[in-house]
Design a protein around this ligand. Structure first.
Ligand code: BV8
Ligand code: ZN
Length: 249
């Protein structure tokens, strides 16, 4: 149930920043990382989502990413993704920041998505940097090689110990600093520097709202924790703004 206070704040907001994590894709059937059946349960992040692991065992890392790519090819954006694509149209200054690499926000129709951790549907050569042709890559068994120089091809995601794309993170920080409302959706908020964004927003005076199935590391400082499914809560929040727009129209 959305509080009167939050309804009022949403109606007044002229700028909003939304940070999403794996939880918003869970209802589409994409496993989260740290949940009970999370991806990290079977594998350790350090074994897979880092560059050394890739150089040590590119076959294993590609087996994991190919599994995730196939899984993502067969799912659809959920009600949470769709709600955020609609929200982008209602709020004058709206910034969507995601830690997810599954491309589901773009497939739901979100126009501007800041991808802090890259995108699993893009790959590049670690030797010459050229982008890999995804069609060619998806037809390759095992570890894909660069068509230009024969170098190892890797997924275009940010691994642990790697810097986030500088300009993307700066833009996300800027949006967190200036927004009236910061929504933090479906993230355990344990991976930095992404997990610092809600605190940046809070410190700058934003009203910070968390949407999650359970309390997280940031619950103690947010202004409101909405406990429930992103696919249920986000459409409710958008409904408040849609009603408002229809009243004015
Ligand atoms: C960096 C790759 C500079 C792509 C990922 C010690 C302390 C603090 C920080 C560090 C430290 N040691 C090292 C660090 C830095 C490290 C870090 O933060 N480590 C943590 C784990 C301690 N960060 C980095 O390395 C980053 N780079 O800092 O560079 C640097 C350089 C050198 C040395 C040091 C620093 C790079 C981070 C990016 C790593 N890449 N993924 C891929 O394969 O996917 S991280 C991975 O976790 C995913 O990208 C994911 O997005 C991210 C966060 O996870 P969540 O999205 O939150 O998912 P999770 O499963 O955890 O939670 C899901 C949530 O949803 C839950 O709360 C659940 O309740 C909720 N939920 C579930 N269903 C629903 C729902 N909510 C609503 N509705 C539902 N239906
Ligand atoms: Zn190459």
């Amino acid at each position: 149930m959305v509080s009167h206070r939050l309804k009022h704040i949403l109606r007044q907001a002229s700028s909003m920043c939304v940070l999403t994590g794996a939880g918003i894709s869970a209802e589409s059937g994409v496993p989260t990382f740290r949940g009970k059946d999370g991806l990290w349960k079977k594998f350790k992040p350090e074994e897979l989502a880092n560059f050394d692991a890739f150089i040590r065992n590119p076959e294993l890392v590609w087996e994991w990413y190919s599994y995730r790519k196939r899984l993502i090819d067969n799912v659809r954006p959920g009600a949470g993704h769709t709600a955020l694509a609609e929200l982008e149209r209602f709020v004058p200054r709206f910034t969507l920041v995601t830690q997810n690499v599954d491309n589901l926000h773009q497939r739901a129709g979100s126009k501007r998505v800041l991808e802090l951790h890259g995108n699993i549907e893009r790959s590049y050569c670690i030797a010459c940097g050229s982008d890999a042709n995804e069609e060619h890559l998806n037809r390759t068994e095992g570890v894909p090689r660069c068509e230009r120089c024969g170098g190892l091809v890797r997924p275009a995601v940010v691994w642990f110990g790697e810097l986030l794309p500088h300009d993307v993170f700066n833009e996300a920080e800027e949006a967190a600093r200036w927004c009236d409302v910061f929504l933090c959706v479906g993230t355990s908020a344990v991976v930095y520097p992404a997990a610092a964004l809600p605190a940046t927003a809070k410190h700058a005076g934003a009203y910070v709202v968390e949407v999650n199935m359970e309390r997280t590391d940031i619950s103690h400082y947010v202004d409101e924790s909405l406990i429930g499914l992103a696919g249920t809560i986000l459409p409710e929040l958008v409904g408040i703004l849609r009603e408002e727009k229809e009243k004015i129209a």
